[in-house]
Design a protein around this ligand. Sequence first.
Ligand code: GTP
Ligand code: MG
Length: 195
Amino acid sequence: MNVNKAELKISAVGPDQYPTGDFPELAFAGRSNVGKSSFINTMTKRKKLAYTSQQPGKTKTLNFFNINDVCYFVDIPGYGYAKVSKKERAAWGRMIEEYLTTRDKLRGVVLLVDARHDPTNDDLLMYDWLKHYEVPILLVLTKIDKINKTQRTKHIKNILDIIELHEEDRYVAFSSETGDGKDQAWKEIRRLLQV
Ligand code: GTP
Ligand code: MG
């Protein structure tokens, strides 16, 4: 998709701040530092639309990005960041859970997992939780540039085996550095959003 417009509509912490209107939405979930914000920037060809950082825990709110006046991409805070207090983690849990379970415009979740490592327990919990709520999922394996080309197929198969990816869910191997997987990711995203 050619992105002519990509702008932050609102940073929300609860339902009364979610945008109104009929745009379908996709949310981007994954461990802190996995590359959610970078993915949004690469897909929209914007360098700093979504804030990225080497420090995990950069994104703290539900950030709704208007894409071409057609849909919203919703960047959500990452999970699994150890330095977050219990209280903060609980608040995070409520904010995300409320969003993912009540938002009727949500057409799916792009779940990002680091291609370099085995999925974490949190990754597996998130996947199973989304399946439980019957949320359509696109699995994106990030930082694929960090894996030697000769190792990629084996690495990917290992990750898919651990996650036990269901037949109805697709996956894309992706790199924000090289743009690998970008066209395929757009295809899958458009399929989920039906735009
Ligand atoms: P939180 O907001 O903390 O949940 O993190 P996030 O998932 O939004 O991660 P972010 O996009 O901020 O990226 C974290 C770090 O990983 C940054 O230093 C990025 O430059 C780097 N990064 C992201 N994607 C890629 C990728 O595809 N390849 C490589 N090599 N680095 C990446
Ligand atoms: Mg982020």
